[in-house]
Design a protein around this ligand. Structure first.
Ligand code: XMP
Length: 530
């Protein structure tokens, strides 16, 4: 699928995950390449993205069951267009080329690709010649998502079409004797009907994967790898109260027990009960060496009089690093620092396993730690997607409420307490926020919403209580539905839930006499207010 830019984004390198069966996605720069990996993993088959030009010799060593060549923004005839090692077609490993991946496959095998004069973008009815093989269990006609300019005009000699659309005679193709396939459309996107089935047919039917990859096996593997790498050294793990760092801590605790020291910085900007929950979870339940640093007054002092959101972020980021560094120094023999970097972060930053730590998007790096801290990094989740991390957390014994907790920004309530931050304001916000979350749980909506919270507005308005006039604060309630937090819709909360939230907040949170509901989407708004 062409991206907006014709620049290739760097792909992650093959990493040394030792699994019995895996499929590799050769990344030609498509924005949906990651989705291919995700869909393959849904079949319990491990899948990772690798550079498009990974040498065939290296692929032979990794010994995957199948290769998928992703789409990409380039044209095969374009100058410097990305090419795979042509030897991959001689490995005998099943290959599926998608969009650009199909074009480059056919071109390498002697076919001709034409530059499309018009871009085809959107759904097209795709007619299947035979519901077998790649199309096993797929109806004779289904909607396929097209997004391409070029297409294969003349197939290589040994190839023949196995499906077409009105404008694309070679919508799907197959080699006559080798397990090499091509799809002009994108099976990985949900707009393609039966796309998951198609990929499952490739992975299980054609590649012969049994689908035995389980998160529990992965845990055992990681535990063994961590023990080997860490030896008798000590690992520091920063806890934030969120899912990723908690899963890292739980995994480390399973792997190396008392050689891990967790640091939790209480910055005074946390949600109601959050600090206690972390303490309870990690020092009582997991019995880790937990350092809770009470830095509330330090943060609040530094934030005094500060109103500008960016300024708040900067101060919080700086103070966090200072506090963390100070605490880390007090832990003897610490050599490693564990972080909860996930696979999407690794891919987005083009990180390589041997390279520097993946850089989380600049906007979201508050709460991150710089390399200068001088530790060797350990990132045990860097092969996993978010839902796999959740699954891992549950298997490691973390409670459901922690696993399904909505994300919380590094700068915490500071970016939800608009304008100047004071402890009484934070307390008001915590109470209102706890009510929002509680009502969502009661209504069975918490897991349907990806992020929900209260915001304390720097606005006072007139109200009436009994016979008295009031002049008090306003709270905004924000609930969003989103796949990736890059775009989001406001959640259409039922009126009765809105009513309960509003009544409870105005009745029980002192100093608040008005509640409003945020009905803005992202874009143009952002999820957070600051
Ligand atoms: P926005 O407000 O940009 O938020 O639509 C998108 C997602 O990112 C979270 N967010 C942050 N997370 N540090 C973080 O760790 C930050 O500075 C930060 N700002 C926003 C936000 O909560 C939402 O999930």
């Amino acid at each position: 699928m062409p991206a907006n830019s014709t620049m290739m984004k760097p792909a992650a390198q093959a990493i040394g995950v030792n699994v019995a069966e895996q499929v590799l996605v050769l990344d030609f720069g498509s924005q949906t390449a990651q989705l291919i990996a995700r869909r393959v993993r849904e079949n319990n088959v491990f899948c990772q993205m690798v550079r498009h030009d990974l040498p065939a010799s290296r692929i032979r060593e990794i010994n995957p069951k199948g290769l998928i060549l992703s789409g990409g923004p380039a044209s095969v005839y374009g100058k410097g267009s990305p090419q795979p090692d042509p030897e991959i077609f001689n490995l005998g490993i099943p290959i599926l080329g998608i969009c650009y991946g199909m074009q480059v496959t056919c071109q390498t095998q002697g076919g001709q690709v034409t530059a499309g004069h018009t871009r085809e973008f959107g759904n097209a009815p795709c007619r299947v010649f035979s519901s077998t093989g790649l199309f096993e269990g797929v109806p004779a006609e289904f909607q396929a998502w097209m997004s391409h300019g070029d297409q294969v005009r003349d197939l290589p000699e040994e190839f023949s079409p196995i499906a077409n659309t009105e404008t694309c005679p070679n919508a799907a193709v197959k080699h006559s004797t080798l397990p090499i396939y091509g799809l002009q459309f994108h099976p990985e996107v949900t707009h393609t009907e039966h796309g998951s089935r198609l990929l499952a047919n490739f992975v299980k039917g054609i590649c012969g994967c049994r689908g035995t990859w389980k998160i529990s096996d992965f845990i055992e593997q990681e535990v063994a790898a961590l023990r080997k790498r860490v030896g008798s050294n000590r690992v520091i793990c920063g806890l934030s109260g969120g899912v990723d760092s908690s899963v890292v801590a739980a995994l480390l605790s399973r792997a190396i027990g008392d050689q891990v020291s967790c640091i939790f910085v209480d910055n005074g900007l946390l949600r109601q009960g959050e600090s206690d929950q972390v303490r309870e979870q990690f020092s009582d339940h997991f019995k880790t060496d937990l350092h809770v640093v009470d830095a509330k007054s330090r943060f609040l002092d530094e934030l005094k009089w500060v109103k500008d959101p960016q300024q708040k972020r900067k101060i919080i980021g700086r103070v966090f690093i200072e506090v963390f560094r100070h605490e880390a120094k007090s832990i003897p023999n610490a050599r490693f620092l564990a972080q909860g970097t996930l696979y999407p972060d690794v891919i987005e930053s083009g990180g390589s396993p041997d390279g520097p730590a993946a850089v989380i998007k600049a906007h979201h790096n508050v709460g991150g730690l710089p390399e200068e801290l001088g530790f060797e990094l350990i990132e045990p989740l860097r092969d996993l997607f978010k839902d796999e991390v959740r699954q891992m957390g549950l298997e490691l014994g973390l409670p459901e409420h922690l696993i399904w907790r909505h994300p919380f920004p590094g700068p915490g309530l500071a970016v939800r307490c608009l304008g100047e931050i004071t402890e009484p304001k934070l307390e008001t916000l915590r109470q209102a926020d706890a009510i929002v979350i509680d009502e969502l749980h009661r209504a069975g909506l918490y897991r349907k919403i990806q992020q929900a919270f209260a915001v304390l507005l720097p606005v006072q308005s007139v109200g009436v209580m009994g016979d008295d006039r009031t002049y008090e604060d306003a709270v905004a309630v924000r609930c969003v539905q989103t796949d990736d937090f890059m775009t989001a819709d406001w959640y259409h909360l039922p009126y009765d839930v809105l009513q309960k939230i509003s009544t409870r907040i105005t009745n029980s949170v002192r100093g608040v006499n008005r509640v409003v509901y945020d009905i803005s989407s992202k874009p143009p708004s952002t999820i957070e207010w600051e």
